[in-house]
Design a protein around this ligand. Structure first.
Ligand SMILES: [Zn+2]
Length: 435
């Protein structure tokens, strides 16, 4: 290597597909990983780096993907108070969402994205529910770009029941978002986000799914989160929800099933055959008392499973370390077997296919391993899944750029943001008549 490059990370424990390099070093330039080597970085490499990060005592891992959340709900933490899903939605979430202006959405999204970065997340899939105007969605794109985090916005919609939109309006806005925001920057993608089978008509589901396919994107939908919802789809269509999505031609590699708590054997077979992806939200499912998804069965059937926090109204944080530990714990509880779901498998679910490899985008996280709740570290993967917390995340790099450094968000004054959010959330609750 004879030319200068952007960033060198040295002296860390570097996670690679073939094991840990301890120590190892990573060379980053123009947004990509250019070199990964075992040992200490030679002086000639150090001298070519424009920036050097000393990762001594830290794990250097791929960025985590929070594969399902609702960023607007960061203003709605701690409100569920024992309510099951459907009354929680009707009494609190829907009225608050209806009252949110675009400036409040921008603040709530920014706060949620900041919290995700602190948790080592480099890619968030935001099932975006507040869609009163196009601006309500555009402000989320702007917030992600300002902070420097990857964000896929699955534009939510329903064309039945409370808050229903017309099919034409849904298709027009999706088309506008795909044509103006999708992939315009390496950080932003758009997806189709029908809320649930019981709030979508067959035709709108099919047409929006076809539109997402046209833009090489996907459909992201809550399915079978609770038993009641499965019964509602059965009553209306005569089919269980996964079977209904399959009958419509929507189930496939470009369909993401969020939750999948109450799926039967036949539905698991369908998910395997169609190679659909399942997003597991263990903390949210536990908070709302919805159930425990059969994650071990999904994995035994080679169904890809990613992890999500879900929105902060039902979690009530965006803590991916807590989510990974909960996925491991609940999976073992459901199987009554401590041998299932290894920490390695759960960590891979958190990475969502990302790895530290040459010529891959440089989305990396440095996690301190020397806290009182972590030492002694006998096995780094076990430490990361069972001991580490978001507060151990020291540095986050997205697309080769440092966006969180020494626990500080680089793009904004976090204290000022928190103050502004506290004020705005209080006003929102007052306006929505929720005490
Ligand atoms: Zn959700």
């Amino acid at each position: 290597m004879a030319q200068s490059f952007d960033l060198l990370i040295q002296n860390g424990h570097v996670f690679t597909e073939t094991g840990w390099l301890s120590p190892g070093y990573v060379v980053i330039d123009s947004g990509c990983i250019r070199q990964i080597k075992n040992g200490e970085a030679p002086q000639e490499i150090v001298s070519l780096a424009k920036r050097v990060i000393n990762a001594s005592g830290m794990a250097v891992i791929p960025g985590l993907t929070n594969a399902h959340t609702h960023l607007c709900q960061t203003f709605m933490r701690g409100l569920a108070n024992g309510r099951p899903l459907l009354s929680w939605l009707k009494e609190l979430i829907w009225p608050l969402q209806a009252a949110m202006g675009s400036s409040e959405v921008a603040l709530a999204a920014t706060l949620g994205l900041v919290e995700n970065l602190h948790s080592g997340v480099t890619h968030v899939v935001n099932h975006h529910k507040i869609t009163h105007t196009l601006e309500h969605t555009q402000v989320v794109c702007q917030a992600a770009q300002k902070i420097g985090i990857r964000c896929t916005i699955a534009r939510a919609w329903s064309d039945r029941g409370s808050g229903a939109e017309g099919q034409r309006a849904i298709l027009d806005e999706l088309e506008e978002l795909f044509s103006t925001c999708h992939n315009v920057s390496p950080l932003i993608r758009i997806a189709n986000g029908p809320l649930t089978p019981w709030r979508a008509t067959a035709e709108t589901l099919q047409r929006t799914h076809a539109l997402a396919q046209h833009y090489n994107s996907f459909t992201h939908i809550h399915v079978a989160e609770t038993r009641d919802e499965v019964q509602m789809t059965l009553n209306e269509t005569g089919l269980r929800p996964i079977a209904w999505l399959d009958a419509l031609g929507v189930l496939g590699t470009d369909c993401q099933i969020v939750h999948g708590v109450w799926v039967d054997e036949q539905e698991i077979s369908l998910l395997r055959e169609r190679k659909s992806l399942v997003i597991h939200c263990p903390v949210s499912n536990a908070v709302l008392g919805s159930g425990i998804a059969p994650v071990v069965q999904f994995l035994q059937q080679d169904i890809q499973v990613l992890l999500g926090t879900d929105g902060s109204a039902s979690n009530d944080t965006q803590d991916m370390f807590e989510t990974m530990k909960m996925a491991l714990c609940l999976g073992r509880v459901k199987a009554l077997d401590p041998m299932v779901l290894s920490p390695q498998k759960v960590l891979e679910m958190g990475f969502a296919g990302k790895s530290i490899r040459e010529n891959q985008p440089a989305d990396l996280v440095l996690v301190e391993l020397d806290s009182s709740h972590t030492v002694p570290v006998h096995d780094i993967v076990s430490a990361l899944i069972l001991c580490s917390r978001s507060s151990d995340v020291h540095t986050v790099i997205v697309d080769g750029k440092i966006v969180l450094e020494n626990h500080q968000i680089c793009a904004l004054d976090e204290k000022a943001l928190i103050q502004e959010c506290n004020h705005a959330a209080k006003k929102l609750l007052e306006r929505a008549g929720i005490s």
